[in-house]
Ligand binder design. Structure first.
Ligand code: AHM
Ligand code: MG
Length: 312
């Protein structure tokens, strides 16, 4: 359940309605497609299929001006100028800015390398009130679908964070037969953190991060599944910290600012936590390009602050 913006609501309806179709299509799409994405990574058949379904569903939403995807070099123009006015796409041209539309940024299948091993993955969504590249402060809402044993969707806007269960109605097969049931309408990070998950190979971690990790290992329980959405969902559920750090071989880390780090930072900040690139809140990081990467440290505020101090 989100606040009162009908365009944002329609965007999350479209994502929820697409989720069962994406899930149903995965068994036959666990192989590499033979192509690479703009970040130079090998793309699975499931990535391409999810990207196509989401592009079709989201460009059809009134008030969506552009669709930008981790899997595409450039934005898909959905009609309507993306700006700072409110995203209702009403086209009335009255000059009050409410003709402006939103840019929707998508990671269609986050953690898709987990397709082979049949582990969790997800779809990440950022709704920006500015053309991309933009900072995370231009987000008006963000969310993710988690394809775990059940399909859930985390939705955040200025009113807070909620968790929904996404289900296809019995016997239903079309998009209109998908239900969204709110199971928690005020998701907040537990005060006593329990879990951590850090990506990358340990020998590739900078020494300062390794020292921090050694402390955290004594305090928290390791939970790392190889899909950011799954690992962040554990942090939202149990409290803790997730990181895909700066690496010696890759100082910008692995995750993409526009499609992964910003939406997750928006959600976790709204849930009472913090997200940093090591010295700056993720939402304040100025992008140079849509496919920029960024180190991501996200979770309970106290743990992220300690990490920033350790890297200082
Ligand atoms: P993807 O969106 O191409 O799947 O890549 C991002 C994923 C994240 O979900 C996850 O945190 C990270 O890559 C895992 O990387 P690694 O396999 O190096 O642990
Ligand atoms: Mg991803």
């Amino acid at each position: 359940m989100t606040g009162s913006d009908p365009t944002v609501e329609a965007i999350f309806d479209a994502v929820a309605e697409t989720a069962p179709a994406i899930r149903a299509a995965l068994p036959g799409r666990r192989v590499e497609s033979g192509t690479a994405n703009p970040s130079g990574e090998s793309v699975m058949a499931g990535d391409l299929y999810a990207d196509e379904l989401l592009a079709d569903a989201l460009t059809a939403v009134d008030g969506v001006g552009s669709f930008v995807s981790e899997e595409r070099e450039s934005a898909v123009d959905a009609g309507g100028a993306v700006g700072s006015g409110g995203g209702n796409g009403d086209g009335d041209g009255d000059g009050n800015g409410d003709d402006d539309a939103y840019a929707v940024a998508i990671d269609p299948l986050d953690g898709s390398s987990n397709l082979r091993s049949n582990n969790a993955m997800g779809t990440v969504v950022g709704v920006y009130n500015a053309p991309l590249p933009a900072t995370g402060r231009d987000l008006v809402a963000a969310g993710y679908v988690l394809y775990g044993p059940i399909t859930t969707m985390i939705v955040a806007d200025e009113s807070g964070v909620s968790e929904e269960v996404i289900e296809r109605e019995p016997g239903g097969s079309d998009a209109g037969s998908v239900s969204r049931s709110v199971v928690d309408d005020d998701l907040t990070l537990p005060a006593d953190p329990l879990v951590y998950g850090f990506g990358g190979r340990v020998p590739d971690w900078p020494d300062e991060f390794t020292a921090y990790a050694r402390e955290i290992e004594d305090e928290l329980k390791l939970r790392y599944g190889g899909a950011m959405v799954g690992d962040v969902n554990q942090v939202l559920t149990y409290g803790g910290i997730f990181a895909y750090p700066a690496l010696v071989s890759a100082p910008a880390g692995k995750l993409r600012l526009s499609f992964e780090a910003n939406p997750i930072a928006y959600i976790v900040e709204r849930a009472g936590g913090a997200a940093s690139n090591g010295d700056t809140p993720i939402l304040d990081v100025e992008p140079e390009g849509v496919h920029d990467r960024v180190p991501l440290y996200v979770g309970n505020e106290e743990l992220v602050e300690r990490l920033e101090a350790a890297l200082d």
